[in-house]
Design a protein around this ligand. Structure first.
Ligand SMILES: Nc1nc2c(ncn2[C@@H]2O[C@H](COP(=O)(O)OP(=O)(O)OP(=O)(O)O)[C@@H](O)[C@H]2O)c(=O)[nH]1
Ligand SMILES: [Mg+2]
Length: 359
C-alpha cells in the first residue's frame, strides 16, 4: 500500500456515506441548536479586544485560522452490535449514525461523519457479515493513512468492546495484532479501549435502576473485566492501556436507559486528542444534559474535560499566562463557574460557551 499519498488526494475505497453538517438541512439544525461556534466566538473576541494592537489581532486571527483548519479524526471499531453507533450518537450532537435494531450489522462499510472539523469513522461491526481478516485489513489501511502534513491521519482509535462478553478473543487479536502494531511509537496515546453495555454486563442483574449505576457486585465485575483486558493487551504488546467501562444508553419501546460514565469516556477522548486540535470537538458535544448525569464519581470528568478545552483556549488567547490547572483544582466541582471566573471580563463569551457545554 502507498502510505505516502495524503488521504485527501487518494480515492477512498469505502467512504460510502459522507454526511456533512454543511448540508442545508443539517446546517439549519446546527446553527439553531448550538449558536455561535467556538471559532466564531474567538474571532469576535479577538476583534473586540481593546488590549491588542491591530498587528497582534492579525497575527492571532491568522493563528486561529490555522487551528480552524486542523481536523480531528477518530476511528471507531468493535464487534457487531456492541453499540458503536449508539456511542457516537450519545457523545455528539448528531442524530445521523444509524442504530441497529435487527440482527444484521447495521453499518455495512466505513462511514465517515463530518461534523465540521471533527471526523468520525464508524466501522461495521466485525464478527457478522464481514470477515475478521477483511475487517483487520480495513482498519490497517485506515491507520496507515496520512494527513496533508504527512502525519498519521487517525488521531484516536476508539475500540468498543462488550463488557458482558465472555469471549473477547477476536477483539483481542484485532487490538494486539492489528491496531497496536499499526500505531507505531506511543501507541497508548492513540488508542482508547471502552467496554460498553455496562448495564447488561451481568445479563441485567446488579444494575441499580433508580440511580442508573452498577451496584457493588457489578462494579467489581466491570473493574475486573477492564483489568483483564488491560493485562491481556499489556502481556501481548507491552503497551499499557487504560480500559474504561460505560453504557451508551438506549431508547426502546418508549423505555429509556440513560448513559452511564459517558462523561468519563468523553474526558478520555478529549484528553487523547492533541491540545491544539481539541476545539474541534467542543462544538459538537451532545447538549442533552441527561447524557452527562451519571458516572462513577471517581473524578470530576466534566470539570476536567472543560479544563482540557480551556487549556487550549487559554494557550491561544493568553499565550503563556498560567491561570490553568492549579486554580482549577481549587474550584473543581463547579466547572461553569470556574471557567467563567478564570476567563472573566473580555473573554466572558468563551466562558459562557464552555459553561453550556453539557447542556
Ligand atoms: N442495554 C444497552 N444496550 C445498548 C447500549 N448501547 C447500545 N445498545 C443497544 O445495542 C444495539 C446495537 O447498537 P448499535 O449502536 O447499532 O451497535 P453497533 O456497534 O453500531 O452495531 P453494528 O453497526 O451493526 O456493528 C441497539 O439495540 C442499541 O440500543 C447500552 O449501553 N446498553
Ligand atoms: Mg453501527
Amino acid at each position: 500500500m502507498n502510505n505516502n499519498v495524503p488521504e485527501e488526494k487518494r480515492d477512498l475505497k469505502k467512504p460510502s456515506v459522507v454526511i456533512s453538517k454543511d448540508h442545508p438541512k443539517e446546517k439549519k439544525k446546527h446553527i439553531k441548536k448550538e449558536g455561535r461556534t467556538i471559532y466564531e466566538i474567538l474571532t469576535d473576541e479577538i476583534n473586540r479586544n481593546p488590549d491588542m494592537t491591530d498587528d497582534e489581532k492579525v497575527a492571532k486571527l491568522d493563528e486561529l485560522s490555522k487551528i480552524q483548519e486542523m481536523k480531528v479524526n477518530i476511528l471507531i471499531v468493535g464487534p457487531a452490535g456492541v453499540g458503536k453507533s449508539s456511542t457516537i450518537n450519545s457523545l455528539f450532537e448528531m442524530n445521523v449514525a444509524t442504530v441497529g435494531e435487527g440482527v444484521d450489522p447495521e453499518t455495512d462499510s466505513l462511514t465517515r461523519y463530518d461534523l465540521n472539523n471533527l471526523r468520525l469513522y464508524d466501522t461495521p461491526g466485525f464478527g457478522d457479515g464481514i470477515k475478521d481478516v477483511d475487517y483487520a485489513k480495513m482498519v490497517e489501511k485506515k491507520l496507515n493513512d496520512l494527513d496533508k502534513n504527512g502525519d498519521p491521519l487517525i488521531d484516536l482509535v476508539l475500540v468498543i468492546l462488550d463488557a458482558g462478553s465472555k469471549d473477547l478473543g477476536t477483539s483481542m487479536s484485532l487490538i494486539n495484532d492489528t491496531i497496536i502494531p499499526n500505531l507505531g511509537r506511543k501507541a497508548e496515546d492513540r488508542v482508547l479501549i471502552a467496554l460498553n453495555q455496562a448495564d447488561v454486563a451481568m445479563k441485567g442483574r446488579h444494575w441499580d435502576e433508580v440511580n442508573n449505576k452498577p451496584d457493588a457486585v457489578l462494579t467489581k465485575f466491570l473493574k475486573d473485566k477492564a483489568e483483564s483486558v488491560r493485562r491481556r493487551i499489556s502481556e501481548a504488546t507491552g503497551v499499557d492501556t487504560c480500559p474504561i467501562y460505560y453504557a451508551a444508553g438506549y431508547t426502546e419501546n418508549g423505555v429509556q436507559r440513560e448513559p452511564y460514565n459517558l462523561t468519563k469516556l468523553l474526558y478520555h477522548i478529549v484528553h487523547s486528542i492533541p491540545a491544539k486540535k481539541r476545539l474541534a470537538l467542543a462544538d459538537h458535544v451532545n447538549k442533552k444534559r441527561k447524557n452527562w448525569r451519571y458516572d462513577d464519581g471517581e473524578d470530576d470528568y466534566k470539570g476536567n474535560t472543560l479544563l482540557d478545552f480551556f487549556d487550549d483556549v487559554k494557550g491561544f488567547m493568553l499565550s503563556g499566562a498560567d491561570t490553568g490547572r492549579n486554580i482549577g483544582k481549587i474550584v473543581l466541582g463547579k466547572p461553569g463557574e470556574l471557567i467563567g471566573a478564570i476567563i472573566g471580563g473580555t473573554l466572558g463569551a468563551i466562558g459562557g460557551f464552555f459553561s453550556r457545554l453539557f447542556g
